[in-house]
Design a protein around this ligand. Sequence first.
Ligand SMILES: Nc1ncnc2c1ncn2[C@@H]1O[C@H](COP(=O)(O)OP(=O)(O)OP(=O)(O)O)[C@@H](O)[C@H]1O
Ligand SMILES: [Mg+2]
Length: 243
Amino acid sequence: MKIPFLDSYRERQAEPTARYTLFQNTDQIFTEQYKNYCARFEYIVDVRGCKVVAISSAIAGEGKTVSTVNLASNLASTGRKKVLLIDLDMRKSDLAKGLRFPSTPGLAELLGGTANLSEVLRYVIAQGLHVIPSGRRVDNPWGLLTGEKFRILLMELRDLYDVILLDTAPMAPVSDALALRDLVDGVILVHRLGYTPHTLFRQAMEDIGEKKLLGVLLNGVEPHSERYYQRYYGKYYVKQAGK
Ligand SMILES: Nc1ncnc2c1ncn2[C@@H]1O[C@H](COP(=O)(O)OP(=O)(O)OP(=O)(O)O)[C@@H](O)[C@H]1O
Ligand SMILES: [Mg+2]
């Protein structure tokens, strides 16, 4: 299985209280890393013709939400793409909390038929980003995410946006991400080095499969330490075009 390396960003030391450092980010290196990540992502979606992309990870806390928010915001602010971000982690509503939006009404209400699209959409005006929060807490989102209504919603949204990013629950404890695999055009796997057991990371890669895995985003490493990736990935490592 050949896996493209997408990008990496380092462990951030500053502002431990700032959970989502989207708009008040003063750390220049961190900001630059996100710009690079965004540029590579845009290249991949253009080349592969992807529109709906899930961001996943093997276990909780690897940096999915923080990297998805920053990716979506960077991509939207280029003005080249109309970007929608949806919070599919329906047990936690992290995205709404981080962006300081009300979490309801959101996706749960939209799929439940108690709210329409215009009622659930939120806007990050400065970046031109559209967001659908997860809505009320759903203990077993599997039913909603595998249902016909969600499939139809994604089909409709495809006509309205250039890129739709899905912030998901981690793969190991819950199975939402696997349910999504067939609905999306591609998956980005976030992997936090020194945090996630390697076996779980490999299992997550195998579960997503070569066809859908767009790339791995390494969190918690110094940028450009290419030799480290090669050693770490071994036979999985593939150098990306433009890297
Ligand atoms: N590179 C980094 N440096 C410092 N802190 C980070 C980094 N990446 C993520 N974090 C922090 O780690 C925590 C977990 O990140 P985040 O919520 O994005 O992970 P997640 O994969 O979405 O977690 P979950 O699976 O629970 O939804 C957050 O407090 C976030 O700010
Ligand atoms: Mg999250």
